[in-house]
Write a protein that binds this ligand. Structure first.
Ligand code: COS
Length: 387
């Protein structure tokens, strides 16, 4: 076993760590209050190549493997979560449909713009009646001559308000649905009939927006079916493959946030004096710190192993990705709870980042597949292994 992190990944993670410390962390509270990332900061993120971490070099990205991408996400997740969400859809769910299943022409047309951050990409699967049950989507696409006409409504779409291009999933054969009846389309914001609806009000993740996308007789050229004609009806599988990959990177976000919560908690416990000594000297606090550190260690090992497995074998690692998403996101919620407890009243105050992390990490157990869906995916794969 070789646990050495490749040098180029280590250097990239180090660059991002410094960028977080110098540029992002100092404005994390301001972004929270204004619910907006300043454009000049987004520009710096573009210059660092952060929008194209996962996109192959031949299409303008950095071409990092999943492990490299995870290391970067770990660092980026040590500050306000909106920063990694800003680049997250371009590297993950917004681009991966094209990276994994797109035609060469589609890759050449769209990926360079997504990788550079000139365009923002998003993933439009979820609908009011289809969340965990993704195959229940109602958005309909019908072929009329040389184009498709899409009608329907998507919601909770991360970066939906600012996206220039969306991967949109629509039913093309209502009989077949998940098995041959759902198709993935590349839909540009400027296509007729594409509308951004309400921006949703959330518990946290301020600075990052989720929005409704509404398609009213939206005209999409025939060549924008992801993967071309041969992939008509295969969109549900594309969605599942994209989510498999996203679940690993979500694990990295959880590990990074948990590490930051531990760092803040240790520092606070060493300087907060009660009963005449720093609270770090009390066993009650030490046990919480020990539990936090142990859980982070376990989560990080499984994350790196699953990412390495995916990079070296090229296999989808569906079961491992679901395990990573489940374990890491549940872990960070336990860690956040302990961090609040260690900080006491300060942990509940808005002047301090703990409260923000506590709200933001809660979403990780829900989006890109709830913990319950991860358990379902793991159990199904597991049972199949014993057939
Ligand atoms: N990779 C490739 N193909 C996959 C797959 C994967 N990971 N998972 C499922 N499929 C395929 C199946 O093999 C099946 O095709 P075949 O019959 O040809 O083999 C087809 O997709 C349907 O699969 P399944 O029967 O498992 O579909 P279900 O409707 O039972 O749903 C779950 C599967 C629940 C796993 C899916 O709906 C899901 O992931 N839901 C959560 C959605 C989500 O994460 N939403 C978050 C918002 S988007 S950010």
């Amino acid at each position: 076993m070789d646990f050495t992190i490749p040098e180029n990944y280590r250097m990239m993670a180090e660059t991002v760590r410094k960028f977080v410390e110098r540029e992002l962390e100092p404005i994390s509270q301001k972004v929270e209050e204004e619910d907006k990332i300043p454009e000049e900061v987004v520009q710096k993120m573009r210059e660092l190549g952060l929008f194209g971490l996962s996109i192959p070099e031949e299409y303008g990205g950095l071409g990092l493997g999943v492990l490299g991408e995870c290391l970067v996400y770990e660092e980026l997740s040590k500050t306000n979560a909106c920063f990694r969400t800003r680049i997250g859809t371009n590297n993950g769910i917004g681009s991966q449909g094209i990276v994994i299943d797109g035609t060469e022409e589609q890759k050449r047309k769209y990926l360079p713009k997504i990788a550079s951050g000139e365009w923002t990409a998003c993933f439009a699967l979820t609908e009011p009646e289809a969340g965990s049950d993704a195959a229940a989507i109602r958005t309909r696409a019908e072929l009329k001559g040389d184009h498709w006409v899409i009608n329907g409504r998507k919601h909770f779409i991360t970066n939906g308000d600012i996206a220039d291009v969306a991967t949109v999933f629509a039913v093309t054969d209502p009989e077949k649905r998940a098995r041959g009846g759902i198709t993935a389309f590349i839909v540009e914001r400027t296509f007729p009939g594409y509308h951004v609806g309400t921006i949703e009000k959330k518990m946290g993740l301020r600075g990052s927006h989720t929005a409704e996308l509404i398609f009213e007789d939206c005209i999409v050229p025939k060549e924008n079916v992801i993967g071309g004609d041969a992939m008509i009806g295969q969109g549900f599988k594309t969605a599942m493959k994209v989510l498999d990959r996203g679940r690993l990177t979500m694990g990295a976000c959880a590990v990074g946030a948990a590490q930051k919560l531990l760092d803040l908690s240790v520092r606070y416990a060493k300087q907060r004096v009660q009963f005449g000594r720093p609270i770090a000297e009390f066993q009650a606090i030490q046990f919480m710190l020990a539990d936090m550190a142990t859980q982070i260690y376990a989560a990080r090992q499984m994350l790196y192993h699953a990412a390495w497995l995916r990079d070296t074998t090229g296999a989808p690692v569906t079961k491992e990705a679901a395990m990573v998403k489940l374990f890491c996101t549940e872990m960070v919620n336990r860690v956040a709870d302990m961090a609040v407890q260690i900080h006491g009243g300060m942990g509940y105050m808005k002047d301090y980042p703990i409260e923000r992390f506590y709200r933001d990490v809660r979403l990780m157990r829900i989006y890109e597949g709830t913990s319950e869906i991860q358990r379902l995916v793991i159990a199904r794969q597991l049972l199949r292994e014993y057939e």
